[in-house]
Design a protein around this ligand. Structure first.
Ligand code: SF4
Length: 206
């Protein structure tokens, strides 16, 4: 769709509004790589339900490639300097960060952080930078406006499906679908226009 709108109308969108179905890491990475601001809720399954601190409670320190825990201790990916950057304890597309065992053992917040492990570990997915871009955007006023705009569009689709009965098409093939959607969209626009410009009241005869 982005390529098509570029070819046909020479439009390079600055932002893209979508629902959380588009909030996966690879999708956000793809959008950010194209210099588009993702106004998309981030799909994040790193939250914890047992009351212990989740990844969001740890601060990301990009300059030093490490997380800082709420107690101010670093969680590092490598504790040694590897000459080959591909070596070391990292999985494919996922980087693992770990605090020092003796630090966590002596930490007063251990029960809130990693009650069952010797030391706290955190994973960072490949597209975490793009996810962070989306998270930062989600705190802005513009994002709140975007979400309202998204709902407006979704309401139109819901109206097409529920009220105008387009859950199922009657005509066959792409041309039939095109005709049905064109008529339905025309009806929607007429309905909108009727609301914006109400018909003048008829004068009642005495
Ligand atoms: S348990 Fe370890 S990682 Fe967690 S807060 Fe304490 S020092 Fe930091």
């Amino acid at each position: 769709m982005l390529d098509r709108i570029k070819d046909r109308h020479d439009i390079d969108p600055e932002r893209l509004i979508a629902d959380s179905a588009y909030g996966s890491g690879p999708m956000l990475g793809w959008v950010v790589d194209r210099d588009i601001n993702p106004h998309i809720p981030v799909l994040d399954k790193s939250g914890r339900t047992d009351g212990t601190w989740s990844r969001a409670d740890f601060e990301w320190d990009a300059e030093n490639n490490q997380y800082i825990c709420p107690e101010g201790e670093p969680l590092k990916q490598f504790r040694r300097n590897y000459s080959d950057p591909n070596r070391g304890p990292s999985g494919k597309g996922v980087a693992k960060y770990q605090a020092l065992k003796h630090t966590c053992q002596a930490c007063p917040s251990k029960m809130k952080c990693c009650p069952k492990a010797d030391a706290r570990k955190i994973t960072r997915e490949e597209h975490e930078d793009a996810r962070q871009v989306a998270r930062d955007i989600a705190k802005t006023k513009q994002y709140a406006i975007s979400m309202r705009l998204r709902k407006k569009v979704e309401m139109l689709f819901a109206h097409l499906k529920r009220i105008l009965g387009l859950g199922r098409l009657r005509l066959r093939g792409p041309c039939g679908a095109n005709d049905e959607f064109l008529l339905a969209a025309t009806a929607q626009n007429l309905r909108k226009l009727a609301k914006i410009f109400p018909a003048p009241q008829q004068m009642r005869k005495a």
